[in-house]
Design a protein around this ligand. Sequence first.
Ligand code: SAH
Ligand code: SF4
Length: 356
Amino acid sequence: MTAPTPSAAPGLDVYGMTRAEFRTWAEGLGLPGFRGEQAFHAFSRGARSFHEVKGLPRELAVRLEAAIPLGVPQESRRQESNDGTVKSLLSLHDGRLVECVSIPTATRHTICVSSQVGCAVGCTFCASGQNGLERDLTAGEIVYQVLFHHARRPVTNIVFMGSGEPLFNYDQVLKAIRVLAEVEGLGLGRRRFTVSTSGVPARIRQLGVDEPQVTLALSLHAPDDETRSRIVPLNRRWPLAELMAAMADYAGSVNRRMTLEYVLLADANMAPEQASALAELARRFQAHINLIPFNPVTETVHQRPSTLQVEEFAARVQISGGNVTVRGQRGADIDAACGQLRRRVLQAPPDPQAAT
Ligand code: SAH
Ligand code: SF4
């Protein structure tokens, strides 16, 4: 069976269309362009059917609703952490499952979105990559993850840190950002988006040109090729020298500080010399370093470091001149690491009671 491509979505990808595309769509149906704008206004705020489009004559809404399947995602699971983090598993029109996480703080409401179902990269510590890639998400399927949580509280920030490698679904990811940034829609500024990547040099350069205001987070996880090739298989295709050359070009075309992500694996990447090499790499780009203690995933070989090991590693990075934060464990009690809830649901034996 071949994996369906995004074009397999039925009907219209309404959450992934710009205002201009809605106008063109309406005109193509012989309707005035403003009908398209009315539809954009409603769907860009999370409407779930043509009946929710304000100003649309009832007969027209009935006709469109009957003719155009929207395949609106449905929440199939939900986990709420006692720190306020909510993780939802959305079921897509073809039954595929995708995770999105809402992370509220006093001043922000950040949504962690997925860009693909599964992931082809297969990092050894990550639940998302363990079954490979199932398919890309459409722009609308990405945007909907944001709209879904926006209904609870206005969204302020978006991070592409759910399942999937965003730079392997570049066009749909960029489209999603553009739709969410449209001033007549949610109007989220470009600076509110962070794209996290395991390292695709050509796309990193392209992102710097196409969207210089979006923040880039590079999932480095090791400062030497030997370790990195072991835990991030993409490194065998694009080793550090190539990746760093792309980062240098990126840094030259943007005016933003980038982030280096570093998952702390007690058994793999926490030697003292790795701490100083990490700091040195970060200094080259004036990047901020996020240390993320490994969130244990079933079927991976890795060990979570102790608090003391984390503190020692962070101190070494700092002494070597690295600007470092240890990322707090938001939603640790609800499988909040990338891909974990979906994987647990897919692995669970069939239980009709469980699908609440
Ligand atoms: N594919 C992209 C974006 C999704 S992963 C990337 O790799 O950057 C987002 C972040 O979650 C990455 O930094 C990844 O390393 C981290 N991550 C994945 N599994 C994890 C786990 N089990 N514990 C801690 N962090 C994890
Ligand atoms: Fe894919 Fe990112 Fe997980 Fe690696 S960490 S398998 S690139 S989602």
